[in-house]
Design a protein around this ligand. Structure first.
Ligand code: CMX
Length: 436
């Protein structure tokens, strides 16, 4: 058994026994109430799921196993001479709750490199799609097409004991994460570079190799990819993509089915697709105003026009956060350090000064601050990745780390099929009548 799997098994077995005892004694304690507003309003704040890899605080933002983003940037191992954390390190932390050593992270990079081969039929499936198929559609199909490789599905068909689900889930997770950069880069090169594909390198880390296969080989872009793929990896369990993976996985559909489902959730403009919407909207701003150096007054007018036409301001607002997203701040710091005076980065920073007051004045927006998607596009454009329809794929590659690590825990803990209760509008009418 490999060292990460062994650690995971030991931690999960101990936690399973602990939680079993805890539930025996405290299982009927009430953890919250559900109001009618929440029942109709997207279940905001309803505590109905356990998710150990990360937790979101409305003001502090995300913490991964207790560590915030500035701490991760400092503590997680880096490539020699590099300043940004390796996503491998975050995956290790999320899976077993320990900050890994440089050696452990190197082992993981090598392990993923060994498992990275993508089945030929996946490339064929992609080639069968119309070239104008949205990259997220291609990505979801590609992940699903690799389900032929599922260890979980194969072992389940052979009669696997439920005590071994964790083992098969771990194998699927490691294999699937390993294959994602190759598949995702293939989609990019196929869609925007006439199928001029770039072979993987065996001497690079997971994110560095992805940057290389995209065709952008600068060291700074590799650093950006390491940071990007770290900070987008997880955002507790209730966000739409994570929750979808959790729900699909709870039926014992394997990691390939579950991730493909999660990617379909991520592809919505209120969620991950907002990263493409932000830069598209900024490009339209530049086009409309006729300059890449708009004044704050011009920007404010453009924001107002967007709201007046009945649209949301992409990259702003959040269902849980009530402060600027630390993932936005991390990207801002990256830009300050690596990028000097870029017009699109400056527009993003000016939007940050203008938008919150305008959204706040509407009186209904609970969080007028920027989220993770407000900044990423300007950074990618700076390094030459201008094809914004691709951006959510990058998000999806990263998000796989968190949702699949959590999927391993769900199978190890033996969490059951997810099945909340729905009610009808008639039930609500009767309920309100009986209450009053
Ligand atoms: N621009 C304009 N109006 C906004 C807004 C924004 N950025 N954010 C919220 N609002 C509006 C809502 O549409 C809602 O209006 P109605 O009552 O007329 O329907 C009202 O303010 C209250 O919404 P809320 O409780 O503050 O926000 P929700 O929890 O319902 O929604 C989110 C959260 C992210 C969907 C919303 O803020 C939004 O649409 N933002 C823009 C899209 C975006 O950036 N999404 C990415 C989020 C991060 C991610 O998942 O990747």
């Amino acid at each position: 058994m490999d060292m990460l799997k062994q650690k995971f098994f030991e931690k999960a077995s101990a936690q399973k026994a602990e939680i079993k005892a805890l539930l025996k004694e405290h299982g009927s304690k009430v953890v919250g109430e559900v109001t009618l507003k929440q029942t109709f309003g997207g279940m905001r704040g309803v505590k109905s799921m356990v998710w150990d890899a990360s937790n979101l605080d409305a003001t502090e933002g995300i913490r991964f196993r207790g560590y915030n983003i500035p701490q991760l940037r400092e503590l997680l191992p880096k490539v020699d001479g590099g300043k940004e954390p390796l996503p491998e390190g975050l995956f290790w932390l999320m899976l077993v709750g320990e900050v890994p050593t440089k050696e452990q992270v190197n082992w993981l990079s090598d392990e993923w490199e060994k498992r990275a081969s993508v089945p030929e039929h996946t490339f064929k499936a992609l080639e069968a799609l119309s070239p104008d198929t949205h990259p997220m559609t291609q990505f979801s199909i590609a992940v699903l097409s690799m389900q032929t490789e599922s260890v979980f599905a194969k072992r389940y068909a052979e009669g696997m004991s439920k005590h071994d689900y964790w083992d098969a889930a771990y194998e699927d997770t490691m294999n699937l994460v390993a294959k994602l950069p190759r598949v995702a880069a293939y989609i990019y090169r196929r869609t925007y570079h006439n199928g001029d594909h770039i072979e993987p390198r065996t001497d690079l880390d997971w994110a560095g190799n992805y940057a290389h296969m995209l065709g952008i080989d600068s060291e700074d872009f590799k650093s950006l990819m390491r940071l990007y793929l770290t900070i987008h990896a997880d955002h507790e369990g209730g966000n739409a993509s994570a929750h979808t993976v959790h729900l699909v996985g709870s039926t014992l559909s394997d990691a390939y089915y579950a991730l493909s489902g999660g990617l379909n959730s991520l592809a919505g403009p209120l969620h991950g697709l907002a990263n493409q919407e932000v830069i598209k909207w900024i490009f339209e701003l530049v086009e409309k105003i006729g300059t890449t150096k708009p004044t704050k007054e011009q920007i404010a007018q453009y924001v107002q026009d967007t709201l007046d036409s009945g649209k949301v301001i992409p990259g702003y607002g959040h269902a849980v956060l009530r402060q600027p997203d630390p993932r936005f701040t991390a990207q801002r710091e990256f830009a300050k350090e690596y990028i000097k005076d870029d017009d699109y980065v400056n527009i993003v920073w000016n939007l940050f000064e203008v938008v919150p007051d305008i959204l706040g004045a509407l009186g209904k927006v609970k969080n007028p601050w920027p989220n993770v998607d407000a900044h990423s596009g300007a950074l990618l454009v700076h390094y030459g990745l201008k094809e914004y329809s691709y951006y959510t794929v990058l998000f999806g590659v990263s998000r796989a780390l968190g949702v699949l690590a959590n999927g391993c825990w769900s199978r190890a803990m033996g969490y059951p099929l997810e099945r909340p209760k729905s009610v009808t509008s008639d039930w609500v009418r009767d309920f309100v009548k009986s209450e009053s």
